[in-house]
Design a protein around this ligand. Structure first.
Ligand code: ACO
Length: 353
């Protein structure tokens, strides 16, 4: 069975930084409250000319460049998002349209658990031998749906995108295990009333009605602490590994206390946990791939490392998996292959000369 190695990674965040000090001027809150309860110091917020598609496309281009691939080499584009730019057209089609090529394109909706879910979907196309090369993107612009007069939610979220290219290899690389779960009965603990086809009656009665994210923070917190630890641990066991085999935990960045609880469950010290919540807040489906991209760029991930990805979010849904890092056995990009060929072997062109 082919495996699906991660060969390229990229990220994009909006230019505008919204600090805790900025929020202190907007709602009754304090830097002390936000940092001590969540670990967030600042977040990125989309400006007028930044969109879900522009962020996703930038991250995707970076991932393709790192992989040494062009859009027309992709077989499939899968985008995880809860904030597509269009209701009818999938975000994946919008991104594919910007990139070019004719790859298949569709979205996966699992809110903050979306990227890990989409990675599992994309990997299975590769595992099944159906496709060789898939672009997986996690992107969200949740601040468009955040009420900036509601201090219980507006301090938590930021915008961004992260992307990976996965490619077929015979070596054991990429996603080794997948754990997906949901508690749909709890969906009202975190949702955006009136943003779907089901328009609440109140929308018609009250013209001032606005579709903003609503959250029962303490319920979501309890749920998150439970499922982040449980699903991460299950993904390790399912991969046939023990906690001692894990080199890095890359968790969804929603709350530092939730991240710490997941790390404790896997018996991992802080240096093996990737944390960037202080700079980005909760970027929903983008949080895991942005963190993955930063970990890879920093040199913290090495060929053969076992990396746990775990996320939870609206749904209520969760997703976890162990990725074996590295590109062993992946067919090299054609330009590199050409370089390798020309380095040691006389090409036809040269022998003509
Ligand atoms: N500044 C100051 N005070 C605040 C703020 C704020 N920004 N927000 C809430 N408070 C107040 C509350 O009103 C409450 O006051 P009260 O006791 O007088 O009623 C007090 O602080 C304590 O509130 P708690 O809810 O008990 O605070 P808690 O320690 O639980 O932290 C938090 C709240 C940070 C929201 C936490 O519950 C949490 O992180 N929950 C998970 C949320 C989450 O991760 N959601 C995203 C899911 S991912 C997705 O799919 C989008």
């Amino acid at each position: 069975m082919p495996h699906a190695a991660i060969t390229g990674w990229g990220k994009a965040v909006p230019e505008r930084i919204l600090t805790n000090a900025d929020l202190e001027k907007m709602v009754e809150t304090s830097d002390e409250w936000i940092t001590s309860r969540t670990g967030i110091r600042e977040r990125r917020v989309v400006g007028q000319h930044e969109t879900t598609t522009s962020l996703a496309t930038s991250a995707a281009r970076m991932a393709l460049e790192r992989a040494g691939r062009t859009p027309d080499e992709l077989d499939l584009v899968v985008v995880a998002t809860a904030t597509p730019d269009d209701f009818l057209v999938s975000e994946a089609c919008l991104v594919q349209g910007e990139l070019g090529g004719t790859a298949g394109a569709f979205d996966v909706g699992a809110a903050c658990a979306g990227f890990v879910s989409a990675l599992s979907v994309g990997s299975q196309f590769v595992n099944a031998g159906v496709y060789k090369r898939v672009l997986v993107v996690g992107v969200d612009t949740l601040t468009r749906y955040v009420d900036f007069t509601d201090r219980s939610t507006c301090v938590l979220f930021g915008d961004g995108a992260g992307a990976v290219v996965i490619e077929a290899t015979e070596e054991k690389r990429g996603l080794l295990s997948t754990v997906l779960g949901a508690d749909g009965a709890g969906h009202k603990h975190l949702f955006v009333p009136g943003w779907g086809a089901l328009v609440p009656e109140s929308a018609g009665l009250f013209p001032e009605y606005r579709p903003y994210l609503q959250m029962n923070g303490s319920q979501v917190y309890r749920f998150a602490v439970q499922v982040m630890g449980d699903s991460a641990a299950e993904s390790v066991h399912k991969a046939g590994l023990t906690f001692g085999d894990i080199d890095m935990l890359i968790p969804h960045q929603a709350n530092l206390r939730i991240i710490d609880a997941a790390a404790r469950r896997l018996e991992l010290p802080r240096e093996k946990v990737w944390v960037n919540i202080d700079r980005y807040g909760n970027t929903s489906a983008a949080s895991v791939p942005i963190a993955l991209c930063e970990a890879a760029d920093s040199g913290a991930l090495h060929e053969g490392d076992n990396v746990v990805l775990v996320a939870f979010g609206a749904g209520l849904a969760w997703a976890a998996g162990v990725v074996r890092w590295g590109t062993a056995g992946v067919e090299p990009p054609c330009c590199q292959a050409r370089e390798r060929t020309t380095a040691g072997v006389t090409t036809g062109e040269e022998s003509d000369e």
